[in-house]
Each structure stands twice: as C-alpha cells, then as structure tokens.
Design a protein around this ligand. Structure first.
Ligand code: AMP
Length: 295
C-alpha cells in the first residue's frame, strides 16, 4: 500500500535541501511540473517518473506569468490536500507548492522567450502564455535540477516548446512526453473540465470525436491536411455550444502549418470554446513508426 503522507516544500531552499540529500546518496531525480488540481492525466506522468527515477518531485503551482489579464488565474481550481494524496499514492517523494512570492521577486524582470514555435496555435490567442511557461519551467529546472522532466502530449505545443528550450539552452535534462489520458467517453482529462455545466460537458465531446476522426483518416493513409481539418471542423461546427479558436495541422518540431504529411511527425491540434471554457485536444502522428505514435 502506498503511504498517503508526503513531504511538501514551500520555498526554493527547502526543495534544494531535499534534492541535495538525495544527490549525496547518488539517487536520480524526476520532475513533474503541474498547476495542481491533479487528475489521472497528471498521475500517469508521476507514475512514469516514479518508474524511471529514484525520487520524484511534483511542482504544484498556478503560475501567474502564463495567464493573460483576462484569463482564469483567480478562478483556476485548487485542492492542495487532494493533490498531496494523489502524489503520495503515485509514489512521488516531494510536492513543491510555492506561493507566487516564493517564485517571483517583486522586481523580477528576467523572462525566457522564443522567436519561433510560440506564435502559432495557442500562442496566437495567448500571446504571453509560452513566455510564462518557459520562464517558470526554467526556474523549476534550476531549482530541482532533475535528470528527467515529464510533460503530457495533451499540451503538445508546450511539449515541443520545452524540448526546443532544453536543447537551445543546454539544460542537462531529458524531456519525456507522455500520452493523453481521457475520460471513458473520450474527453481529454483537464483541470478545466470542472468549469463545464452538464450540458457543456456533453457538448465538449465534439473535441475528442473530431480528434479521433482526424486520426483515423491519417492512419488510413490520408496525407493532405485540408480534408482532415475539414472533417474535424465539421464535427465541431455541428455542436451549437462549440466555437472554434483554431483547428490546424503543423510540423510537430517546428510548429509551422503544413499542407501535406511527409516523413516528419505532425501535430493536429485544436482549441475550442465550450461556452466560456477554452478546451484543447490533439493527436500527434509520426509516419516513421508502425502505429503512428511518437518515436
Ligand atoms: P497542468 O496542470 O494542466 O499544467 O498540466 C501539467 C502536466 O500534466 C502537463 O505536462 C500536461 O500536459 C499534463 N496533462 C494534463 N492533462 C493531461 C492528460 N489528460 N493526459 C496526459 N497529460 C496531461
């Protein structure tokens, strides 16, 4: 039985103390960055990290710098006690739960930014989002100094951006991408699903239905983007409560729109408003593997 009590740290110094002790023992460290309100999707990342590292740190921090002024920073769901239990059950060693003031000095003025990859897809609607993500993840990498970090393909653009940042800035860290975990009916698990009313929850299934349709067409051999995107949009547009932000096919490594699948991994991604809630979903297709999953 997993022990459901887990060490927690609020400050950077406390985290460093834990990690220093582990490193003295020669142990490896994995990091799972999250914004909390954890679910089975997060748990799958933690479980994978526990399998591949001696100690796992989960960061649980609603990072203000990745939210735009009109976004849901204040209303973002939080339940730290439940998060700790999930982390303990999954076998993590430490939950890092700082206050914004523990992470950002009042006069902090240094940010990590990228000249490509972040101006497409979610970057168009959320112009400062990836700058905030890259900044907080760089800080977490410097604080925890993990061997491996774990990200979900649910946020596929984020995964691609973090891979590029780790390469470009020479972080000595392996980035591990993990598959999307879904509800039984197909909806991708998300902390933001709690915003949905009963009616909206049903309507939200148009995202996964569109993803499955697009994936099926590509797996069956369709290589042009347009027919795949048209079929996906048709499914979403048939749902009265849904409003498309974007549905696009891009090269997964460069996040540049493509018209045709060639020999490189592609990302087919969408953001859709269901009422006021903005949900994302996607599939990645890698033509170099037998089943199309990312190599
Ligand atoms: P968040 O707390 O939403 O910032 O997510 C933290 C991490 O969990 C990110 O790497 C997400 O991609 C990942 N994640 C969130 N939802 C899922 C899911 N349904 N399946 C797999 N990974 C997920």
């Amino acid at each position: 039985m997993a022990d459901s009590v887990i060490a927690t740290a609020k400050t950077v110094d406390e985290v460093r103390e834990h990690v220093r002790a582990w490193r003295k023992e020669g142990l490896t460290v994995g990091l799972v960055p999250t914004m909390g309100f954890l679910h089975e999707g997060h748990k799958s990342l933690i479980t994978r990290a526990v399998a591949e590292n001696d100690r796992v740190v989960v960061s649980d921090f609603v990072n203000p710098t990745q939210f735009g002024p009109t976004e849901d920073l204040e209303s973002y769901p939080r339940d730290f006690d439940r998060d700790c239990k999930l982390c303990a059950d999954a076998g993590a060693a430490l939950v890092f739960h700082p206050e914004p003031s523990d992470m950002y000095a009042p006069d902090a003025c240094t940010f990590v930014d990228m000249t490509a990859l972040t101006h497409e897809l979610c970057g168009l609607t959320r112009p400062i989002h990836f700058r905030g993500v890259m900044t907080v993840c760089s800080k977490l990498f410097n604080i925890v100094q993990p061997d491996r970090v774990y990200y979900g393909q649910k946020d596929a653009q984020q995964l691609s951006v973090i891979r590029r940042m780790v390469r470009d800035l020479n972080f000595p860290i392996t980035v591990v991408g993990c598959p999307i975990i879904r509800e039984d009916d197909g909806l991708a698990k998300s902390s933001r699903n709690t915003y949905l009313s009963e009616e909206e929850r049903k309507a939200a299934l148009c995202l996964s239905r569109a993803v499955f349709k697009g994936q099926e067409m590509v797996k069956a051999g369709e290589r042009k983007a347009a027919p795949v995107l048209d079929a996906m949009k048709q499914i979403i547009e048939a749902e009265p409560l849904a409003k498309i932000d974007y549905v696009k096919m891009v090269d997964f490594e460069n996040i540049v729109q493509i018209e045709q699948i060639e020999d490189r991994p592609i990302l087919c991604a969408m953001a859709v408003y269901i009422g006021k809630t903005r949900l994302i979903d996607n599939f990645i297709f890698d033509p170099s593997t037998p089943d199309g999953t990312l190599a």
